[in-house]
Design a protein around this ligand. Structure first.
Ligand SMILES: Nc1ncnc2c1ncn2[C@@H]1O[C@H](COP(=O)(O)OP(=O)(O)O)[C@@H](O)[C@H]1O
Ligand SMILES: [Mg+2]
Length: 212
């Protein structure tokens, strides 16, 4: 057996991602309510409900096609800043995993690097701006490092999840420089960023594929 995530395992992880976003809807909207307009959980839940429906009938036979299904639905169904950002993220993941019936650690490093770059290119946020990049970039750096150290797939994904969590938590002390929250300036300090939090839930779900 190779150390890789299969297409059925990734499908399960994506389904659990939809469940998690639904379960955390109020929490995400509360976080956004403190320094934004309070719609983040509603936006995300509405969108991932559509993703769930799509996954229930998907004919995707490889990991790339699964990510493409998710990306297309997200791009077309979310309002707010997130549709373009997360839609692009999943389409970039799909680009790097096209035709692959399973993905190993080497694949995952490239897949997540490409997803990160896609969000950076369209969102133009930098590390420390109090956005989902503060969750995503540290997670990608951690999986890169774990691969270089020769860690197992499960070990590398555990590092990825931990770094994402710490990144999410690090946004509490930051001043928002992007999006709606940036208008509040200093008042954003002391609140965890909503997008950084939804990004953590997404990455944690993806990391769980290894044990799905
Ligand atoms: N340029 C950007 N790059 C990356 N993430 C961003 C950017 N602008 C905003 N965000 C993320 O979007 C989240 C807000 O999303 P949401 O509430 O759904 O959209 P809106 O700001 O339109 O109400 C923020 O918490 C932040 O993490
Ligand atoms: Mg909002």
């Amino acid at each position: 057996m190779t150390d890789a995530i299969t297409t059925p395992q990734m499908l399960k992880a994506l389904e659990s991602m939809c469940e998690t976003i639904e379960d955390e809807k109020e929490y995400l909207s509360d976080l956004d309510g403190a320094i934004g307009d309070g719609d983040h959980g509603v936006n995300m839940a509405k969108c991932f409900r559509e993703v769930k429906k799509k996954l229930a009938v998907t004919s995707a036979a490889d990991v790339g096609s699964l990510f493409k299904d998710v990306g297309m639905v997200v791009l077309n169904s979310v309002g707010g800043a997130m549709g373009a950002l997360y839609g692009t993220f999943f389409l970039k993941l799909s680009q790097e995993s096209a035709g692959k019936s399973e993905v190993d650690l080497d694949d995952l490093v490239r897949i997540f690097q490409t997803g990160e770059q896609g969000i950076l290119d369209i969102g133009k946020a930098s590390l420390g701006d109090k956005t989902l990049i503060d969750t995503l970039s540290p997670a990608v750096r951690a999986i890169e490092a774990a691969e270089k150290e020769g860690k197992s797939l499960a070990g590398a994904l555990a590092d990825f999840e931990q770094a994402a969590k710490q990144g999410m938590e690090s946004t509490t002390d930051m001043l928002a420089k992007m999006g709606r929250a940036s208008r509040l300036g200093e008042r954003t300090i002391g609140h965890q960023d909503a997008g950084a939090t939804s990004c953590y839930f997404i990455l944690r779900s993806l990391a769980s594929a290894v044990s799905a």
